[in-house]
Write a new protein. Structure first.
Length: 365
């Protein structure tokens, strides 16, 4: 075992740059705040995404995650986390957020928890630093359901957090157990996740709670569609991510979903959420994948033309416009967009149509 892992929490705090005094920041947000040089193609970054930092990464063990406990190496040594999420002092980040807020405005700040015995206290610590420096900036907590409690959810609201996100990730109980729960030697429990999702929904109100959902963990389109209806009925937001195999993880050899599938799922989600599509318009093959959407041609074409179905899903800014657009969250620089951090138009829509093969197997009724 690496020597660092033998240190007590107190020794780690003194010797290592860990939360709450240090925090990781997404590369896009670091560029936006001037902490890293560079430019993100085609978009600004409306949300400053922060991630707690501990030498062990995360004590959960989700089979697709670069921070998982059993992934070889310290979190610090993993290229995913080192390259994509640079580490800075929380005070410096809070200061930069305040400066940016004074110049224009910061759409939102999101603080992500990992599974660690310090994570709840440190979420409060980081939230206070940011909230004190920039009191008007909307705050999301992307929290760990397993260590969440109702009183803590209430406290987070008092601290200024107005949206709670959960990484549900797997859309069926079976897949959840396999990738995040017992079968993955992980601590997460499906029922407790739902208990905490619903508790947050009660405290924070309609659509102020969201579940991140990953397309490509092993679910079918039908599973996805069922989840979209379930979330809609409970007024909980669902935010799509695209599975991208992370080297060194259990699922490193699992292939990504074809882009055609991703586009169809994005369209189905938008039709359900925004156009009130009924269940029976979605036709599935024997494996549970969408074969056709039996809806008016014009409705489908107009919906595609809007461009919104193919944008990144994320928490809004104070005007209600999507702020968390996570450039490179679902694809690497140079790869095709899975979700667009801006509204696709013109040639991008032509490409989306091609990718979806709407005139092939998928037809409007
Ligand atoms: S709980 Fe989150 S950070 Fe931890 S291993 Fe699972 S997905 Fe990764
Ligand atoms: S959508 Fe973005 S801001 Fe909202 S909880 Fe998820 S990562 Fe955070």
């Amino acid at each position: 075992m690496n020597e660092q892992l033998k240190l007590s929490s107190q020794e780690q705090a003194e010797l290592l740059n860990i939360s709450p005094d240090y925090v990781r920041i997404s590369m896009a947000a670091a560029i936006e705040l001037g902490l890293k040089p560079g430019r993100i193609h085609g978009c600004g970054c409306g949300c400053i995404n922060l991630l707690q930092n501990y030498p062990e990464g995360c004590f959960a063990n989700c089979s697709y995650c670069g921070l998982a406990r059993e992934r070889p190496g310290l979190a610090e040594e993993n290229s995913f986390i080192r390259v994509d999420w640079p580490l800075f002092s929380t005070d410096l980040i809070a200061e930069k957020i305040a400066e940016k807020e004074a110049e224009s405005s910061v759409g939102r700040v999101c603080i992500s928890q990992v599974q660690d015995h310090r994570a709840n206290d440190d979420l409060i610590g980081i939230t206070r630093k940011v909230h004190t420096a920039a009191p008007e900036v909307p705050l999301s907590g992307l929290v760990n359901a397993t260590t969440m409690t109702v009183p803590f959810l209430e406290q987070l609201k008092e601290e200024g957090i107005d949206i709670i996100g959960y990484g549900l990730d797997a859309v069926t109980e079976e897949l959840f157990i396999k990738t995040r729960g017992k079968e993955a030697s992980g601590p997460h429990d499906w029922d407790y996740h739902w208990e905490m999702v619903r508790a947050a929904r009660k405290i924070y109100g309609p659509l102020n709670v969201n579940c991140h959902l990953i397309v490509g963990l092993g679910e079918t389109d039908q599973d996805m569609v069922n989840m979209f209806y379930k979330l809609k009925a409970e007024e909980i937001a669902g935010y799509l991510f695209s599975f991208n195999p992370e080297p060194g993880t259990t699922l490193q050899d699992q292939t990504r979903q074809p882009i055609q599938r991703h586009r169809r799922v994005q369209l189905a989600k938008y039709l359900i959420e925004e156009k009130d599509a009924e269940r029976d318009v979605f036709q599935f093959d024997e494996n549970g994948f969408i074969t056709s959407i039996e809806s008016e041609e014009e409705l489908i074409q107009d919906t595609i033309d809007e461009g919104f179905p193919f944008m990144t899903n994320g928490c809004p800014d104070r005007e209600g416009v999507m702020a968390c657009n996570r450039p490179y969250g679902s694809y690497r620089p140079g790869e095709e967009f899975r979700d667009y951090p801006f509204k696709p138009t013109g040639d991008e829509l032509n490409l989306i149509r091609e990718q979806m093969q709407l005139n092939g197997e998928l037809r409007a009724g």
